[in-house]
Design a protein around this ligand. Structure first.
Ligand SMILES: NC(=O)c1ccc[n+]([C@@H]2O[C@H](COP(=O)([O-])OP(=O)(O)OC[C@H]3O[C@@H](n4cnc5c(N)ncnc54)[C@H](O)[C@@H]3O)[C@@H](O)[C@H]2O)c1
Ligand SMILES: [Zn+2]
Length: 393
């Protein structure tokens, strides 16, 4: 018997660009970004709501490619997005069909232009066609620009669970085009800031201070404040992925998933009536109170976190926290087991030691979590600053 171990080292370039009107004929960023080796095919998937918000976009894209030597636009496919596209496989199959029909190869590009759900599905289609076609992501929502777009994950839901089917794949590039940000429904535009709050909490206290200072402007969706928050958040996410030492999540620690163990379960329990962003807000609120009650975070910092989320008009409680199974145990706690299962290994949940600094723990006390849920319930029902203060006793 012989044993042979080899190390296979892979180096990826994570290309992230911030721009405005990428398909404007005067904007040559894309032409510089794509390697054509003479001639490269491009297949574009455009989310229907984005096509609707930008009726001239398809024409602009056609003009852009006809005036850009080396790039051949094969087709623009307009398809539905939002969470539903991760639950039925129609959009995923349309990617495979088009790759096959247009003879898209591993030197061609697939552009995905849409919200986080749409990018997850198109990304999975690109990653599984020919074992990986170059993907250029154009996130069009706050959440997808400030978080998931610069990530390296894609996937669809299966067995009633989020992202059960998917893969890790570093996109060829991510283009955060600010022109897309301002047409989303108002709540979607504001709620996506929750991932900026989250990444500030786990990585950058100064950014948290900035979010606090700008909460009014952000709540009013002032474009310059929104764009700055999105850009700073995206860079923090990208830095963590590129420099954090575990881009493909082989270990058990998932700092960027702060507050997400309950968030994923809340989405599922509400049959996705709660969006990812809203569920994350509640999950961040819960784990923040828990961080305080376990003696890690100061009371003042816990109050600051809830006040910021509240200032951004994000929810902090949902009644499905009360759902219990036949044994009287809260169903939300299944989220801990599912969180562990998704990654394998030991349960690892990040809690806060400070604003900007986390700490992994491997056990969560259910009685204490119940106490924190009750606090969130009272905090959400409070209508005045005094009432909110009294929740902390
Ligand atoms: N892959 C990852 O690492 C990762 C990380 C975080 C979240 N996610 C996933 O991202 C998804 C949520 O993404 P989201 O918050 O972007 O929501 P979304 O994709 O559901 O989009 C929200 C709504 O906005 C519409 N929309 C998108 N862009 C628009 C525009 N420019 N103008 C008008 N309407 C527009 C969409 O049609 C949709 O109705 C969830 O499925 C979540 O699980 C993935
Ligand atoms: Zn998230």
């Amino acid at each position: 018997m012989t044993e042979h171990d080899y190390t296979i080292s892979l180096n990826y370039q994570h290309r992230i660009r911030f721009t405005r009107n990428a398909f404007d004929e005067g904007n040559r960023m894309l032409a510089r970004l794509l390697q054509t080796n003479g001639r490269a095919k491009v297949l574009i998937f455009l989310e229907d709501s984005v096509a609707e918000a930008f009726p001239k976009l398809e024409g602009e894209m056609q003009e852009y490619f006809s005036s850009t030597p080396g790039l051949e636009l094969k087709r623009i496919i307009v398809a539905p997005g939002a969470e539903i596209c991760k639950r039925d496989e129609k959009v995923l199959h349309s990617v495979w069909d088009a790759v096959n029909e247009e003879k898209i190869d591993r030197h061609s590009y697939i552009f995905a232009i849409g919200g986080g759900a749409f990018l997850d599905v198109i990304g999975f289609g690109a990653a599984t066609s020919h074992r990986g076609v170059r993907l250029v992501r154009f996130p069009t929502t706050t959440l997808s620009q400030d978080d998931s777009g610069v990530g390296v994950k894609n996937g669809i839901n299966a067995f009633g669970k989020k992202n059960w089917l998917g893969s890790f794949a570093v996109p060829y590039a991510v283009v955060n085009d600010f022109a897309f940000l301002h047409t989303q429904p108002e709540n979607v535009r504001r709620d996506g800031l929750v991932e900026a709050v989250k990444v500030a909490l786990v990585r950058d206290g100064a950014f948290f201070d900035w979010l606090e200072d700008n909460v009014q402007l952000l709540a009013m969706l002032k474009p310059h404040a929104l764009e700055e928050a999105v850009e700073r958040s995206a860079i923090l996410h990208a830095e963590h992925i590129a420099q954090g030492g575990d881009p493909f999540e082989l270990g058990s620690s998932r700092p960027l998933d702060y507050g997400h163990w309950s968030a994923h379960k809340l989405e599922q329990l509400t049959d996705f009536a709660l969006t990812h962003a809203q569920a994350v807000s509640i999950g961040v609120g819960l784990d923040t109170l828990y961080s305080w009650r376990t003696g890690r975070l100061s009371e003042n910092d816990a109050k600051r976190v809830l006040a910021l989320l509240d200032g951004l008009k994000l929810p902090l409680y949902h009644e499905c926290f009360e759902s219990k199974n036949v044994n009287g145990r809260r169903v939300i706690f299944d989220g801990l087991e599912e969180f562990r299962e998704h990654l394998g290994g030991e349960l690892t949940v990040l809690l806060l030691r400070d604003v900007g600094q986390g700490e992994d723990v491997h056990h969560m006390d259910e009685a204490l979590l119940e106490y924190c849920m009750q606090m969130l319930k009272k905090y959400s029902a409070a209508t005045t600053a005094d009432e909110r203060e009294r929740v902390f006793g």
